[in-house]
Each structure stands twice: as structure tokens, then as C-alpha cells.
Design a protein around this ligand. Structure first.
Ligand code: MTE
Ligand code: MO
Length: 515
């Protein structure tokens, strides 16, 4: 029996591993279809292999090299899973440890991929946990059927009942793994197609070039937010459970509602329009004081006002309800889309096509307004209407229907709760008042007098500004606060307000120990 039990243990490992990997791939399919544990591990292998070996493999297998890679990963995973099953039967916990290690490898691979998103980290964790739970369950049933000498294991009644219990569990797990696998393939197909289009897309160059970045706009302060946020680090907020996958040839944008004539534009036509490039800092209304839901990017797009002009908004209209492919809506004042602020139908983000999660192929970007009333991703329709007649997604859920961004400032370094060395402590961070601009940033220690920080040049009043200040501090505990004043001379509000309904206010406050 022992030999056969050993093979069954290996089988249990393989089945548990397959179900775990399928669960992880399914999680990735829902949260981050472009970086699944298996694709991430594949990518990591490609990166790690020396160029000579890579060329050899490509020569040997030609265009099948990707399939060979995935097959090799599956093979290695199957062998490891079989070993985990055998180990787990020998000694409770040994196989689980191996599965855990594999999970850590997957997590590392996922988080270090260029297209990684914070959500992507869930997939390898799910894979490891599901594998471990199933491995334990299956091996426990196997041991009940074919006992080991391990005194910690339950001494079951060897016999047909225990045998059937184990085989049933094996069958159910295999079926679940297969179903999860099929669902994942269906789910990620669309994303793979959209991402293929994205990869082969060449963006037109800007006819209206971006404002030059002034010398000195980036301060050399360790740990300060970079002036331009890399796409990979850009915050992501939306209600989409799965990232909408739109292939550009099927994409259309309609202008409807209170217009002289309805207009429709497809993606190829949009790309022939004179493009404007602009750095614009967008922010989420849910950003807490001191929060991270803000980022600055170089957006490339066609001004919304040009498309609206083609349609001809009727008198009396004061709002544009923009709709995304997944039905989400935002209400934007018509004026913000027609004035000279360069609200964009954006196709590019930091020199690349929009990442899928950030609205590929087309989104709106409106300087000065929170994302929930302006930054519609996966954009498909602009309905010219009136605030009195239409209400957007969040505005029916306790949030405002207007959303100008409030003046705010943030201390990036030192981080709250850290210990600094006595002497000159260097503070640095960002401040923003989109479409008004920042004129001054000040810090105060323990509610003392406000001290003026060095304010770096902004790219424009629609982007955030970096600031820094060195303050001499002796040993002790300190509370440090920051406040910004906009170009009209209005300081940011000191009153603490929650994020709902129209954006948080109050001073970002950090606690610091100086030793
Ligand atoms: N389709 C769609 N677009 C959307 C949202 C959404 O839920 N669905 N959320 C908005 C909100 S609240 C914000 S803050 C911005 C965030 O854009 P980002 O994810 O590219 O940073 O997108 C906006 N566009
Ligand atoms: Mo938001």
C-alpha cells in the first residue's frame, strides 16, 4: 500500500496545486489580468535568462517559445506540487511549507513586474492559501485511508469508506480547478486582446507641445513624491470589478443630448486630430488629508471642447454626463469642458497609450476637478444636459455633483512616526490647488509660528508643486503641520472636513521623534 499511497500523495499535491494556481489565476483575471502569477513568473524567467540562452531557445522553438515557457512553468509547478504532496504525507506541515515558498516566489515575481498593480499581489496569496488548505485536506483524507506512522496524524479506519472519501475530494477539487481555469481563460481573453492592441499602438505626437518643465521644479529631497508619477505607481480608483477590456477598432464616442447634431467619432479618426500634451495632476475626492490618491502625469489628448463644438451644445445646457463602457457616469460642468483649460479626451499617459486600468483606449482628464466628476475612464458617451435633469454615479450616493479640487498640501518626508536625528531635519512634500496654483507653503512645529518653505516652480497651475524646508530640531517629540496658500491668496482650510461629500480639508499633521 505504501508505494501506492506515495503516488496518491503526489497526485493530491498536483491536484491541490492545480486548484490553487487556478484560483490565483482567476483572482488575477478579476483584479489585474495583465500580471497573473504564472505570467509574472514567466516574465521573471525571461528577464533572468542570459541573452545567449534566450536566443538559443527562440531559435529552437521559434514563435512557440512562449508556449514552451508556460509549459515549463506548469511542469515545474507540477513536480513541486507532487513533491509537496509526498512531503506533506510524510510529515504534516512540510508540504505546506513548500507551497508557501512557491507562493512567496510568485508574490515577488508579481510585485516586481513593470505592469504590476497593488491589487496584483492578491493573486499569488490566494494561490498559496488555496493550495495549502486543499493539500492539507486531501492528505488528511489520504492518511485516513492509508495511515502513516506519524503519531500526529488521525488513525482512520482503513477501508472502502475512507478510500471513497479521499477519491471524492480529489474529484471535486479537480473539477473546481478545471472550471476556474476555463473561467479565467474567458475572462482574460478580452484583456489580452485589448492589451495586444495597446502594445502595437503608436501614438501621434502632440501638435500642442506640453509646457516646459521649469528648471528646479524637481527638488533633490530623498523620499519626496516625484514631480511626474510613473504609470506603475499611479493611484487607481474605479468601481470596475474587472478592468474593462476595449479593443480600439470597436470603440466609438458619441455626443448626445442637448446638441444641434449628434456626433460620433471612432478611434482611428480621433488619432488624426491635433493632439495636445499637458501635465495635469488629478486627485480623488476620497483622498484623505495626507493621502496617496493623487498623481501627476503627462496626458496626451484631443481637447474635449473641439468635439463638443462639432456637436454644438444648445443654450440652457450646463453639464456633460460622461459615461464609461461599464456604465459608470460623471457630471462635469459644461464650462470646464469648453473653456481654455484643455480638458482632454486623453489617449496617452506619460508617453504610452493609457494603461488598461487607467481607461484604455480613451478617458477624460479635466484640470481642476476631482476624478469622480470628470476623469471618466473607458469613455463611450458625452451627453450634453443640465444638472437639473441628470445625476451621475456618485452624486446619487451621497457625494456632491460638483467637485472643484480643494487646496491641499502633504508632508512626504519625514514620514509620520519616524525618528529623525537632532540637527537640521529636512522636510519635503507636495502642494496643489489645480487651476489656481500655489503661491506659498508653510510649516509649523508644535503649533508655533508658520515658517515659509522653499516652493519649487510648478509646471503649471494645474499640476502639483514640490516644496522643502530644513528646520533645526533638538531632541524631543514634535508635531509638524503644513499649509498651502493658492495664487489668489486663499490659504487652505484649517477645518477638518471628511472626504464626503466634496473633499477633505484640514492640515496634514505628522508626529516626529528627534533623538
Ligand atoms: N469608468 C470609470 N471611470 C472613473 C471612475 C470609475 O469608477 N469608473 N472613477 C473615477 C475616480 S473617482 C477617479 S479619482 C479617477 C481615478 O483615475 P485613475 O484610476 O486613473 O487614477 O477615475 C475616475 N474615472
Ligand atoms: Mo475618485
Amino acid at each position: 500500500m505504501s508505494r501506492r499511497a506515495g503516488s496518491w500523495a503526489a497526485g493530491a499535491g498536483v491536484v491541490a496545486g492545480a486548484a490553487g494556481i487556478a484560483a490565483g489565476e482567476l483572482t488575477a483575471g478579476l483584479l489585474s489580468p495583465l500580471v497573473s502569477p504564472v505570467t509574472a513568473l514567466g516574465g521573471a524567467v525571461i528577464d533572468a535568462v542570459p541573452p545567449g540562452v534566450k536566443d538559443f531557445v527562440i531559435q529552437l522553438f521559434g514563435t512557440a517559445d512562449k508556449i514552451v515557457l508556460v509549459a515549463s512553468i506548469v511542469l515545474v509547478a507540477a513536480v513541486l506540487a507532487a513533491v509537496a504532496g509526498v512531503l506533506e504525507r510524510r510529515r504534516k506541515g512540510l508540504g505546506l511549507a513548500l507551497a508557501g515558498l512557491a507562493g512567496i516566489a510568485g508574490l515577488t515575481a508579481v510585485l516586481t513586474r513593470a505592469q504590476s498593480t497593488p491589487q496584483a499581489g492578491f493573486a499569488p496569496i490566494v494561490a498559496a492559501v488555496v493550495t495549502m488548505v486543499l493539500l492539507r485536506t486531501l492528505v488528511r483524507r489520504l492518511v485516513e485511508w492509508a495511515p502513516t506512522e506519524d503519531p500526529k496524524e488521525p488513525a482512520g479506519e482503513p477501508g472502502p469508506l475512507a478510500r471513497r472519501s479521499f477519491l471524492n475530494a480529489m474529484a471535486v477539487t479537480s473539477i473546481a480547478a478545471a472550471v476556474a481555469g476555463v473561467v479565467t481563460v474567458v475572462l482574460t481573453r478580452a484583456a489580452a486582446v485589448a492589451s495586444g492592441f495597446r502594445d502595437s499602438l503608436t501614438l501621434p505626437s502632440a501638435v500642442t507641445a506640453p509646457q516646459p518643465v521649469p528648471a528646479g521644479a524637481s527638488l533633490a529631497v530623498d523620499g519626496i513624491s516625484p514631480l511626474v508619477t510613473p504609470n506603475q505607481d499611479f493611484y487607481r480608483i474605479d468601481t470596475a470589478l474587472t478592468v474593462p477590456a476595449i479593443d480600439p477598432p470597436s470603440w466609438k464616442l458619441k455626443v448626445t443630448g442637448m446638441v444641434e447634431r449628434e456626433v460620433e467619432i471612432d478611434f482611428a479618426t480621433l488619432l488624426t486630430k491635433p493632439m495636445t500634451a499637458r501635465h495635469i495632476t488629478i486627485a480623488c475626492v476620497s483622498n484623505e488629508v495626507g493621502g496617496e490618491l493623487i498623481g501627476n502625469a503627462l496626458w496626451l489628448g484631443w481637447p474635449v471642447r473641439e468635439l463638443l463644438a462639432m456637436a454644438g451644445p444648445q443654450p440652457g445646457a450646463d453639464m456633460v454626463l460622461s459615461t464609461s463602457n461599464d456604465g459608470w457616469t460623471a457630471s462635469t460642468p459644461l464650462e470646464a469642458l469648453t473653456d481654455d483649460r484643455d480638458a482632454l479626451l486623453a489617449v496617452g499617459m506619460n508617453g504610452e497609450p493609457l494603461p488598461l486600468e487607467h481607461g484604455f483606449p480613451v478617458r477624460m482628464i479635466v484640470p481642476g476637478l476631482y476624478g469622480f466628476v470628470s476623469a471618466t475612464k473607458w469613455l463611450t458617451e458625452l451627453k450634453v444636459t443640465r444638472f437639473a435633469d441628470d445625476t451621475a454615479y456618485w452624486s446619487t450616493r451621497g457625494w456632491s455633483d460638483h467637485g472643484p479640487i480643494k487646496t491641499q498640501s502633504r508632508i512626504d518626508v519625514p514620514r509620520s512616526g519616524r525618528t529623525a536625528k537632532a540637527g537640521t531635519v529636512r522636510f519635503g512634500g507636495v502642494a496643489w490647488a489645480q487651476h489656481r496654483g500655489i503661491s506659498r507653503v508653510e510649516l509649523r512645529v508644535n503649533r508655533g509660528a508658520w515658517q515659509q518653505a522653499t516652493l519649487a516652480a510648478g509646471i503649471s497651475n494645474d499640476t502639483w508643486y514640490q516644496w522643502q524646508l530644513g528646520i533645526d530640531l533638538a531632541q524631543g517629540d514634535y508635531e509638524v503641520q503644513v499649509r498651502a496658500t493658492d495664487v489668489t491668496g486663499e490659504p487652505q482650510s484649517e477645518n477638518r472636513a471628511p472626504v464626503a461629500p466634496d473633499g477633505a480639508t484640514g492640515y496634514h499633521t505628522i508626529n516626529l521623534k528627534v533623538a
